[in-house]
Design a protein around this ligand. Structure first.
Ligand SMILES: Nc1ncnc2c1ncn2[C@@H]1O[C@H](COP(=O)(O)OP(=O)(O)OP(=O)(O)O)[C@@H](O)[C@H]1O
Ligand SMILES: [Mg+2]
Length: 477
């Protein structure tokens, strides 16, 4: 390979037939004591007008004559080599001066003397000083090297996994959840397809290595709370935000709650009785009664229920709380999310539980708009570190993208989605457009802190646990 030209922050490299580089691969251009790290993001033919005319001429000649052309100097084969020459477009990412990585890329490597070779992930990592204590193996890079990120890279960070339908997003997120739990972390998953429960099982049906740490919580069954445990704050948040309770009714509700709490007889039944007999305006009563019935039919409250601090306690070796929301109504989903998040923040605030990781699938379906900002700014300070998984990148607002630390991008072919993601993400437009458009299934482009801001294409490994989550089909193969 040779350098052909430079254009802004990209280099055009001339590649002959035997040179190869996959999109996303890193190359090192060595020029005496300095080197430049570039990343290939596109490949095209070397096209000049003369070359094209040549190709056309030869086709015409071939088509109209049957004799072999007289070519004693074998110029034809040379010409064919020229016609097969390709151009790699590569982005300049960094340079290496005396073995040290630097962002000074203001110099130009020599076109004549510099040598271009492939840069292995191992070398790149050693330049970057990328290391950590808790590895999360994800799969392999383009040239089949093992690739891992570190749990530290998603600790305290906001991560987004996005890509089109069935591209492997949930699969990657399950790998993250599993490894985090293995490293002793606590993970709460809002699961819309009831698929994360498979983390407890291997594909052959035996219990997986985190079997005892996966707690599947169905709203109304294992996921029930006592009113006392939730507290007035969480319940009123739920009434206001998930059930749209008007302010006047909310005030009456508080009065009932305080009265019952004073009597130490707070229970669903007592609230029901009070709502019916309380001396209030009939409209307010109607509002309260209708909410009461929704809450009662959700079966989210019981005399005794789940206590997060029993499951999440430092030193107990990690756990995944999978909240199965696939089979509950949208209203109950919103109620669950409201209760769980408010309670977790409350516990974190009082430092009863250690920080937790939150994985939210298609969160725009159950997280209210005003909660987004809360989750990513306020909650991060309390210790809730979120990973959003979605196939609709435009469901996430620009404000959130601006604070994102890591993005795992799967394939997108739709121009609208590509536009959105190219505009907001942490890497440059050209790289994203060109690489993401042609990413095969189960490959993703990792961008952000986890890869030290150098985008990497990863072939995500298969999982040994049961992944579930396949789309149900009528016609089976
Ligand atoms: N790296 C992989 N190796 C093996 N199988 C995979 C891999 N990635 C995904 N799959 C399988 O492909 C299918 C689709 O993957 P997955 O459910 O993760 O996609 P998704 O992007 O979450 O889709 P959806 O948008 O429907 O939620 C699943 O059956 C999953 O097990
Ligand atoms: Mg999915």
């Amino acid at each position: 390979m040779k350098i052909l030209s430079k254009n802004g922050n990209e280099l055009l490299l001339l590649a002959m037939k035997e040179d190869s580089a996959a999109k996303g691969e890193y190359l090192l251009i060595e020029d005496k004591s300095r080197s430049m790290i570039v990343q290939v993001y596109d490949e095209e033919y070397l096209s000049s007008q003369a070359l094209i005319e040549d190709i056309v001429k030869e086709e015409v000649v071939n088509a109209s004559s049957v004799e072999n052309l007289h070519d004693p100097l074998n110029i034809g084969s040379l010409l064919r080599l020229v016609r097969d020459a390709r151009i790699f477009r590569a982005k300049i990412r960094a340079s290496v001066n005396d073995g040290k990585l630097s962002s000074d890329v203001t110099w130009l490597p020599s076109r004549v003397e510099s040598r271009i070779r492939r840069l292995s992930m191992k070398e790149l990592n050693s330049y970057l000083g990328r290391r950590g204590v808790f590895p999360i193996p994800l799969g392999r890079t383009g040239d089949s090297e093992e690739f891992e990120i570190f749990a530290e890279d998603i600790d305290g960070k906001l991560t987004i996994i996005t890509g089109k339908k069935e591209s492997g997003k949930s699969h990657l997120s399950k790998m993250l959840v599993k490894t985090l739990v293995q490293h002793g972390a606590f993970v709460v998953v809002f699961d819309l397809n009831n698929e994360y429960s498979g983390l407890g099982w291997n594909r052959d049906g035996t219990p997986s290595c985190i079997h005892r740490q996966v707690k599947v919580l169905e709203p109304g069954n294992a996921l029930r709370f006592s009113l006392n445990y939730c507290g007035k704050g969480a319940v009123s948040g739920m009434l206001k935000n998930a059930l749209d309770m008007p302010a006047a009714s909310l005030r009456e509700f508080f009065r009932i709650w305080d009265w019952l709490e004073n009597k130490q007889s707070l229970s669903m039944e007592a609230i029901g009785n009070a709502v019916n007999t309380w001396n209030i305006n009939e409209l307010v009563r109607d509002a309260l009664v209708s909410r009461y019935h929704v809450i009662q039919s959700s079966r989210l409250f019981a005399d005794s229920g789940l206590r997060f601090e029993d499951v999440i306690s430092a030193g107990s070796g990690g756990a995944a709380l999978v909240i199965n929301m696939g089979e509950v109504s949208p209203t109950v989903r919103r109620m669950v999310v409201e209760l769980v998040l408010t309670k977790l923040v409350d516990l974190l605030e009082r430092q009863v539980i250690p920080p937790i990781f939150l994985f939210a699938e298609e969160a725009h379906l159950y997280i209210r708009d005003t909660y987004w900002e809360d989750i990513i700014t306020r909650m991060r300070h309390f210790g809730i570190f979120t990973t959003f998984i979605t196939n609709q990148p435009d469901a996430i607002s620009d404000g959130i993208y601006r604070q994102v630390d890591n993005i795992f991008l799967f394939n997108f072919t739709n121009d609208g989605d590509l536009d959105k993601i190219a505009k907001v993400s942490l890497a440059d437009n050209d790289t994203i457009r060109s690489i993401v458009r042609t990413l095969p299934q189960r490959h993703c482009l990792a961008i952000g802190k986890a890869v030290c801001d150098l985008p990497v294409v990863i072939r995500v490994a298969a999982a040994e646990v049961l992944t579930l989550g396949e789309t149900k089909k009528f016609f089976k193969k």
